[in-house]
Write a protein that binds this ligand. Structure first.
Ligand code: AMP
Length: 456
């Protein structure tokens, strides 16, 4: 079956052909006709399944049929959790829509708002946005939703992890009730289902990757090694295997910087990408990595989320993630769109708990390989597969706001006065460092600024 049978018109088929896509991926085959018909969609799909084209193509098809965006109006809105994902989705919209007379733009925090306001003036058919900056623009009357026809929540699970639920609810409350809703999420927790219940109406449900399983085309193995030996082991693996393009994950920003310095010191071209880097530095690092002048991209989970790098052959977990689901997201960067890939984790004895959690989640024991000269002194205990079902987490109850500090923000909290969950604390650290001068801004002003940092 080709794209032509899905109901797309010639300008879109031409753009798809120019990309070299011959057959629609499973999610595209299911989502494209449903979206063209105007149905709501709820899809369980990770990055790498072709989901972006799965919603972008039919939205462009619908919008091209009639209508024009008036001043400051938006006809379709795609919300994403991170700037990087927003940029990538925006690129896809531009690529697939290049033969259509539709306007699109991307807005996210951490950069000047004025140029974004200018771009919205004439109105846009497709707006890709991160939630904090979108609310900022809305509050400044730079964006209006009277003409909104379609809403997409992309990577909804990550948006909730990052504490965007209140921003999302605020956005939903200002959109016209009559609209088409598409929701994409890699995982479907109870919290996501709760959000979906109030959002999508009689949706077409699509699942292209059974929940919490990893793509079959990824070969996964682990190297037991002492913590101190990890940088040297990684250097040796890169050299011995002549790896050309490797995405390496570290748990912390400092860890990413340290490892990058180590690799550069050994003459290996490496760059780090994380929330403390400017948008310009991140975009450049990603472009250099894609084009090949940087061989090793060292990233934290949040920065790497949604990175679209074609057919990435290697992913290395320099540290195991604390949250087992992040392992699945991480290795989703390789073996994409049918290409083979390998994911290697360097695991030290103190990470045994994380390893066991991952093996339980993916329902398999990971093959272990010892590398000569790097046999650990501190043994990594043998794993036993724990096949007890993992209980779904209860949705979080909103807490009553307590008295606030005079800068309108208690420490350890996000903008809505809720403490971040253990999982969210990783991101909270970043936000809480954004200190506001007491009295210099309103509470809304503080949360706006935090919204921008959240998009990192
Ligand atoms: P996504 O899941 O949207 O991040 O897409 C993953 C990758 O698959 C992107 O690099 C797309 O360019 C590519 N892709 C999307 N659809 C197809 C297709 N039908 N055939 C081949 N590659 C595709």
């Amino acid at each position: 079956m080709g794209f032509a049978s899905l109901g797309l018109s010639a300008p879109l088929l031409e753009a798809v052909a120019e990309q070299g896509y011959k057959t629609p991926s499973p999610i595209q085959a299911q989502a494209i006709p449903a979206v063209i018909k105007g149905r709501d969609v709820m899809a369980a799909a990770q990055t790498g399944t072709g989901k972006t084209a799965g919603f972008t193509l039919p939205i462009l098809e619908r919008l091209s049929k009639d209508g024009r965006a008036q001043a400051n109006q938006v006809r379709s809105l795609i919300l994403t959790p991170t700037r990087e994902l927003a940029v990538q989705v925006g690129e896809s919209v531009a690529t697939y829509g290049k033969h259509l007379p539709l306007r699109s733009t991307v807005v996210y925090g951490g950069v000047k708002i004025n140029p974004q306001m200018m771009k919205l003036r004439r109105g846009v058919d497709v707006l890709v946005a991160t939630p904090g900056r979108l609310l900022d623009l809305y509050n400044r009357n730079a964006v209006k939703f009277k003409q909104l026809e379609v809403l997409v929540l992309d990577e909804a699970d990550r948006m909730l992890d990052m504490g965007f639920i209140h921003d999302i609810r605020k956005i939903l409350s200002v959109l016209p009730k009559q609209r088409q809703n598409l929701m994409f999420s890699a995982t479907f927790s109870d919290e996501i289902r709760h959000l979906a219940k109030g959002l999508v109406k009689q949706p077409v449900e699509i699942s292209v990757n059974p929940r919490n399983t990893t793509a079959k085309t990824v070969k996964q193995w682990i190297c037991p090694v002492d913590k101190k030996q990890k940088p040297a082991l990684l250097t040796q693996l890169i050299r011995d295997n002549r790896w050309r393009q490797v995405l390496v994950f570290t748990r912390t920003k400092q860890g990413a910087d340290r490892l990058t310095r180590h690799l550069k010191g050994k003459g290996i071209e490496a760059e780090a990408i994380h929330g403390n880097k400017s948008q310009g530095a991140r975009t450049k690092a990603l472009a250099d990595f894609k084009e090949g002048s940087v061989r090793i991209l060292v990233a934290t989970d949040i920065a790497a989320r949604g990175l679209d790098i074609d057919q990435l052959p290697q992913v290395v977990n320099f540290d195991l993630p604390h949250v087992a689901e992040d392992y699945i997201h991480r290795i989703g960067r390789t073996g994409r769109a049918g290409a083979r890939g390998q994911a290697i984790s360097l695991v030290s004895a103190d990470e045994f708990k994380q390893l066991s959690d991952i093996e339980r989640l993916i329902k398999q024991l990971l093959t272990r390989k010892l590398i000569d000269g790097f046999e650990p002194v501190h043994d990594l205990p043998a794993s036993h597969l724990d096949l007890r079902p993992i209980r779904p987490k209860k949705p979080k109850k909103p807490k009553k706001p307590k008295a606030e500090h005079k800068d309108g923000q208690r420490s350890g909290e996000n903008t809505q006065g809720h403490k971040p969950s253990a999982k969210n604390k990783r991101y909270a650290g970043n936000r809480n460092r954004t200190s506001a001068k007491p009295g210099s801004r309103t509470r809304r002003g503080n949360s706006r600024r935090r919204g921008e940092v959240k998009n990192s």
